[in-house]
Every structure is written in structure tokens, then in C-alpha cells.
Design a protein around this ligand. Structure first.
Ligand code: SAH
Ligand code: SF4
Ligand code: F3S
Length: 476
């Protein structure tokens, strides 16, 4: 293994970050940026001028892993052009492959496991001091955990700020690699989370998105006696955050106290992401999901009884080993019954460590593709129908940014998590405004600004006669 000594530089080191995967990776990348800022790094948006490139990786499906390999391959020429460049790979592929990544990609300098990101400043300093390339994958890194999660300052914040409340997963669904690459479930103490939410709000966040692979089991690993619903109530009571969301929920752990939160915490957005994965009990059992399709339907009924307007999204996969046409039809039935607002659908792929990789009766890629197309066209029709039902309604929208299509529109979300674009000024960013929905598309809505300042509770009241002037109500 060769050492790597970098020339002393007068200017601050520049860091380029690319993140694959879920919101938990996004959060970790923000924390890494903050940690390295303490060591004098500044963020760069151009990889060719970076001194350190940090790639945070995802391994959940085969395709995700391939994307990582393809990017790492492309980085080779950056290193050829600038030999002092340090390339660091973190996240789930790093944890999965460890030193095999160093062997396969000789231009990668550091591989850092999912529980070791807090050690990154120290590892980078050592590398710069001449220590050899290394894969650092501790099972549990107490110091690193404290470094990463105990930060009493935030790097920067957006209007919607992610906050990881728990790491890891103990569920071992048989298709899933996450428990193997993220380790055992571990919750953060409530005091630490509250402090972070306070700080984020102080810096301009209006909404927090609480993150974990299975937030419903929050608290199980803590000394304090606290359920996830208690944590939600504490955040609502003790901070000034305007909106709270969370993801992901596991149906087996969705308890009545949590369902109740949707009817009595005004800041909690009426939206839940509740993956169901399959509609056939036989498949659900072999996935080790520990609920039946009927249990799932019942949970949806409970949610809708507590909060009739709740938006429901989910994950589903097709082509799990042994999935028959009949099983697949049961999945379509569940989709028709529940009428999800949005659905994220995947083709099953074998993952290292996950038990289902050894299951017999694999479904062919062609069959998976056919099932996925059929499922997606059913859902596309439902999504569009539900989006059309929004037309004419008035929704409170938290304005997040200029719209992606760069057509002068502003963009935000309804409490149910629908994207709304509308003509308005960038000065509205961070405000909750009232928008009348005028058009519906496959993935978003278009609307007209009615009121430049309102709260979710005010605008959520049915038939609220718009008090005062209809500011900005001048039509598109
Ligand atoms: N913790 C979350 C999901 C994490 S992974 C939960 O429990 O719901 C995100 C989604 O990826 C999963 O919901 C599942 O639909 C999909 N997924 C996970 N492993 C997969 C695999 N091997 N093949 C295809 N899709 C997979
Ligand atoms: Fe994977 Fe299941 Fe854990 Fe979700 S709950 S991360 S799907 S093992
Ligand atoms: Fe991917 Fe790891 Fe998240 S596998 S989905 S980045 S936990």
C-alpha cells in the first residue's frame, strides 16, 4: 500500500460531495460537511477543483451499486490529472465491500463504513501525514457516533431540514441489505434531537423531516422510556418548527398512539410513507414482514379514520423469488383498494447477505419488467386521478424554492406532500402561503397564490372563507 503525502497548502482544502441513496445518506453527508468545515474545508461544486472528493454510497438494489461503480470509474481520470486528490468512499457500498473497493479501484484512498463517518477528519489528517490507504469499518464507533451526531452546530440548513432520529435496522426483511450495512437499531436521545431541531429552526428551517429505517420503533434502544409518538409531541410542544414529517414507518409497528398523533398534533403533516412491499400474504411471510395484507388495509383504515385527509405513499416490489401471477394480482388489488397518493415501485434484486438471495424460483428479468410496467401504469392513473381531485381546493403550501423547470414559478409542498408550482416571488421562500390548485399533472400540481401568509391549521380548515384580502389573487 502506498502512502500519500500532500503538499502543505496555503488555501483551504476544497471538498466535493456526491450522495447516492436515501435521505439518511443525505443527512450523513451534511454532517460530514460540517465536521470537515471544522477542519478548514470549504465546499466546492466542481469535482475538478476539489482536493477531497467524498462519495456517499447506496447498496439497496443492484442498480444502485452499479451507479456507484460507474461514478468511481469516472473519477480515475480526475486522480490522473491531479495526483494529490484524495478520494473517499463512505456509506453502504463502503460498508459492504470494505477493502475490496480499494483493490478494485486503486485511485480510491479511503473507505469509511457507515458507523465511522465521524472519524473522517482524523482519518484524512492521518492520510495526509503519510499513512497508507485504508478501509475503516468498525462495528460500533462510539467516538465517531458522538462526533457525527453530537454536533452542537449545524453546517447550514434548508427550509426543510432532515434530522436522523435513529440509525440501523433490526427487522431483517429477507430481501434487504440495510441491517447488514447499517448495523443494529440505535436511537438518539430525545434531548439531542430537540437541541438539533431548535438550532435548525433558529437558522431558518420551517419543517423537519425525522429519519430512520423504522422510526416507529424509536426509543427501544434508549434508557429513557419514550415512544416515537412521545418524541413527536415533545418536538411539537418544545420547538417552534412549523411542520413535522417522518419517514419510514413499518406497518407492523404502526401503533394507535402514533395514529392518534395525526389527529391531535397540528404541526404534524397529514402524510405517511408506509411501505407494504407486496399484497400477497404468502410473499409477505417469505419477506419476513410480519403483517398480512389485511393487517395493512386495517392500518390504512385507522389512519384515514383519525385523519381523513391523510396522504399515503408506499414502496412496493415485484418479482420477489417465488412470486406467482396470482401473488402479483393480489398486489394490484391492494393498490386499487388503498389508492395510494404516490407509490415507489422496484424490481426485486438479489443482495449480498440478504436471505432471499438463496430462495428458489427466481422470477425472470423479463417477467419482472412486465409486472413493473403493469403496476406502474395502474398507479399512474390513480395518482393522476387523485391529483385532479385537488383542483379547486385551497392548500397551505410551504414555499421551498424556485421551481425546477426554471419557468419563473415558485415551488413548495402541501401538507399531504404534493408538489405545487405557482407564480410568485422568491421572497416567499420559507413562508406557508395559501394556494388555490388550478391544474393537475402526473407528478405535481399548479396553483394560484391566494394569501401570502397563513398557517397550516388555518388553511387546513375546510371551507375556510378567505379572511381579508386575497393577496396575489390575480390569476396566472
Ligand atoms: N426501511 C424502509 C425501506 C428501506 S429500503 C422500510 O422498511 O420500508 C427502500 C425500499 O427499497 C424498500 O422499501 C423496498 O421496497 C426496496 N428494496 C429493498 N431491498 C430491495 C431489493 N433487494 N430489491 C428491490 N427492492 C428493494
Ligand atoms: Fe430493510 Fe426491512 Fe429494515 Fe426496511 S425494515 S430497512 S426494508 S430490513
Ligand atoms: Fe441505500 Fe444505505 Fe439508504 S443501502 S437506501 S443508502 S441505508
Amino acid at each position: 500500500m502506498e502512502g500519500l503525502a500532500l503538499a502543505a497548502e496555503a488555501r483551504p482544502s476544497r471538498l466535493f460531495v456526491h450522495t447516492f441513496g436515501c435521505q439518511m445518506n443525505e443527512y450523513d453527508s451534511l454532517r460530514v460537511q460540517r465536521l470537515l468545515a471544522q477542519d478548514g474545508y470549504t465546499l466546492s461544486s466542481d469535482p475538478s477543483e476539489a482536493d477531497v472528493i467524498f462519495i456517499n454510497t447506496c447498496s439497496v438494489r443492484e442498480k444502485a451499486e452499479q451507479k456507484v461503480f460507474s461514478l468511481l470509474g469516472r473519477l480515475r481520470r480526475f486522480k490522473q490529472r491531479k495526483p494529490s486528490l484524495v478520494i473517499v468512499v463512505g456509506g453502504c457500498v463502503a460498508q459492504q465491500l470494505g477493502s475490496a473497493l480499494l483493490e478494485r479501484f486503486p485511485h480510491v484512498d479511503l473507505v469509511v463504513g457507515t458507523r465511522a463517518l465521524g472519524s473522517l477528519p482524523h482519518l484524512l489528517r492521518s492520510l495526509r501525514g503519510g499513512t497508507p490507504r485504508v478501509a475503516h469499518l468498525p462495528e460500533q464507533d462510539e467516538e465517531g457516533w458522538r462526533e457525527l451526531f453530537g454536533l452542537t452546530d449545524t453546517w447550514r440548513t434548508d427550509i426543510v431540514a432532515p434530522v436522523t432520529v435513529m440509525q440501523g435496522c433490526d427487522n431483517f426483511c429477507t430481501y434487504c441489505i440495510v441491517p447488514y450495512v447499517r448495523g443494529r437499531e440505535r436511537s438518539r436521545p430525545s434531548g439531542e434531537i430537540l437541541r438539533e431541531v431548535h438550532l435548525l429552526v433558529e437558522k431558518g428551517a420551517r419543517e423537519v423531516l425525522l429519519l430512520g429505517q423504522n422510526v416507529n420503533s424509536y426509543g427501544r434502544s434508549l434508557d429513557e422510556k419514550l415512544r416515537f409518538s412521545d418524541l413527536l409531541r415533545m418536538i411539537a410542544r418544545e420547538t417552534d418548527v412549523a411542520r413535522i414529517r417522518f419517514t419510514t414507518s413499518h406497518p407492523k409497528d404502526l401503533t394507535e398512539d402514533l395514529v392518534q398523533c395525526f389527529s391531535d398534533i397540528p404541526q404534524l403533516c397529514p402524510h405517511i410513507h408506509l411501505p407494504f412491499q407486496a399484497g400477497s400474504d404468502r410473499v409477505l411471510e417469505r419477506m419476513n414482514r410480519r403483517y398480512t395484507a389485511q393487517d395493512y388495509r386495517r392500518k390504512v383504515d385507522l389512519l384515514r379514520a383519525a385523519c381523513p385527509e391523510i396522504g399515503i405513499s408506499a414502496d412496493v416490489m415485484v418479482g420477489f423469488p417465488g412470486e406467482t401471477e396470482e401473488d402479483f394480482l393480489a398486489t394490484l388489488d391492494l393498490i386499487r383498494d388503498v389508492r395510494f397518493d404516490t407509490l415507489f415501485s422496484f424490481r426485486y434484486s438479489d443482495r449480498p447477505f440478504a436471505a432471499a438471495r438463496l430462495f428458489p424460483d427466481k422470477v425472470s428479468e423479463a417477467e419482472k419488467a412486465r409486472r413493473l410496467t403493469e403496476l406502474q401504469s395502474l398507479q399512474a392513473a390513480i395518482t393522476l386521478e387523485k391529483n385532479r381531485e385537488e383542483m379547486g381546493r385551497v392548500r397551505p403550501v410551504l414555499v421551498e424554492s424556485e421551481s425546477k423547470s426554471k419557468d419563473g414559478l415558485m415551488s413548495g409542498r402541501t401538507p399531504q406532500n404534493r408538489i405545487v408550482n405557482f407564480p410568485g416571488s422568491p421572497a416567499l421562500k420559507g413562508r406557508i402561503v395559501s394556494v388555490k390548485i388550478t391544474e393537475a399533472y402526473a407528478h405535481s400540481l399548479k396553483g394560484r397564490l391566494l394569501d401570502e401568509e397563513c398557517s397550516d391549521t388555518e388553511a387546513a380548515l375546510p371551507n375556510r372563507p378567505f379572511a381579508g384580502t386575497e393577496l396575489g389573487d390575480h390569476g396566472p
